[in-house]
Design a protein around this ligand. Sequence first.
Ligand SMILES: Nc1ncnc2c1ncn2[C@@H]1O[C@H](COP(=O)(O)OP(=O)(O)OP(=O)(O)O)[C@@H](O)[C@H]1O
Length: 649
Amino acid sequence: MLEQGTISIHTENIFPIIKKWLYSDHEIFLRELVSNGVDAIQKLRMIARTGDYGGDIDHPEITIAIDKEAKQLKITDTGLGMTAEEVKKYITQVAFSSAEEFVEKYKNQADQAIIGHFGLGFYSSFMVAKTVEIDTLSYQTGATGVKWHCDGSTEYSLSESDRTVVGTTITLTMQEEELDYLEPARIKELVRKYCDFLPVPIKLDGEQINKQKAAWKESPSALTKEDYLEFYRYLYPFQEEPLLWVHLNTDYPFVVNGILYFPKLRPDIDVTKGQIKLFCNQVFVSDNCEEVIPKFLLPLRGVIDSSDIPLNVSRSFLQNDRTVRRIADYIAKKVGDRLKELYRDDPQAYARSWNDLGTFVKFGSINDDKFKEQVKDIIIFRTSANLAAPKPEDAGDEWADEKSLVVDGQSYTTLKDYLSRTSEKQGQRVYYCTDEVNQATYVNLLQSQGIEVLFMDNYFDTHFVPWLEQEYKDLKFSRVDAELDETLIDKDKAAEIVDPGSNKTRSELIKSLFEKALNKPNVTIRTEPLKSDNPEGAPPAMILLPESTRRMQEMMAMMQQKLSIDLPNEHTLLVNTSHPLVQNLITLSQGSIVQTSGQSPSAELADQLCAYIYDLALIGQRGLDAEGMKQFSQRASSVLTRLTTMASK
Ligand SMILES: Nc1ncnc2c1ncn2[C@@H]1O[C@H](COP(=O)(O)OP(=O)(O)OP(=O)(O)O)[C@@H](O)[C@H]1O
């Protein structure tokens, strides 16, 4: 070894760095000084409890006074004060905090945490002040007042003070460019932002300017529903009421307190931006908790308070911090528990809020395996089944539970219950609808045949269906318009021959009629007689889009950031040969009077009607673009004119 030594720091050089760069935001000086005052008050309280101090501790307060003329801001606390020795020890030694010593000595009395720990906060006052003065009197018997004065250089002076009241006053003489801190409105704003929930009254001109009561520090049993709602309104004024809240309250193995609220979600909510306020011992730290709470819970609102989240380190470090990760897990678990509790205790309320709660549950299930395990069984879907109907005679025991998931005439079900009702008829197939209005034809058709459809029409569901498929590999998820269920086809009618001359079935005739009339090689014409009690009520034709083709289309649209999805050119037009309109087409197309142009007027009408039926099917799929819409209305009036002309002949 050549040499061993101690690294030395030159105060003159490091001091400006501390003053300028430690905290980039100048305004936090007030937070630091006020929280020092609160610490001093808490400490005196603890000391009094051990009997080491007999003075008044019942009127703790921090007063802020502004003297514009002298350009001074004074912050006075009724805390424990300091002796000259302590000023020298704690103030003049930068980065030396009394917290550790103190907490060690009074650990049994600590019901309120001490905020400061680093021994740096006080120096943030030099970011805004030319000179700082401390005037303090210690609670200790026989102590005399002390004045400490420093102009921001490394020199300071210490002198006697004639102060008679225990406590401390910090006087800042502000720098010229920081005079806005002498505006009462600015001070109020800062106190409200950072110190609103500190447990001591903070006064300006005799008026208390902080709320003081931190609801999240109370025991959940001490709070009523109205208390929670009132706190929410206080934090987020003029917002809709929250749906649900979770009170976090643990001090082992880490300290986390907080109240998280589930808000009603807006579809355009930015899920990457958090709205939860992060506190450390009731002092506001930040409005974004991205690193601290699981991503899928970011749209929650409320407060998280933890002294175990290292705050003075870089944000990216937080993500890798083990405690922070465990806190995130803990929060996710608590949220999952709360959701399960609501599902169990008030399924109606759960179902009513499902549209919003579901987004968290689904997003969370996709992103977090542990959370998924927790909530898997409480994922529900709105269903086309009417579960409020009287229990069928052959229904199983689950029926009773299902009934409770009916709200405002809408029924909700879990996947498990869906399968228990449908698997006999539908096997492992799950039918779902993503747009109730535009897919109504399909849903009605399936429903008329006793097939149950789940509505997956929340904006998040496009991402959720593929996940469900991954999770439940033996199930087959089909959107209502993806393919035709075999049970919908009237097998008896399918082979019926209607044209003895050519020996063709009705299906074959209609197929060639449509192929000729539409003349669209990309469109596959499929003809099937659909079962129906009321053939006129069933659709004459529908567009079918295989799941795989549609998904590809959706993916492309997403990549190109398109909002709406065009119908792919290649698709199937399913023509319902049971529909009277379609059946009439055969008769029409075979109309006898052939004109010189080669086609009879009725055959021409039949062609037009084919195109018209195709248009209707496209509308059912929202597949008409502007040009298509124009042609459709032209065709509609032309068809109607022809029909009325024919009828009036
Ligand atoms: N108003 C006050 N009354 C009594 N003691 C005080 C007061 N302000 C500061 N002190 C003493 O000075 C020490 C250093 O204060 P400083 O604000 O620099 O750091 P801290 O509060 O301990 O930690 P942090 O950097 O986390 O705020 C405190 O630990 C405390 O002992």
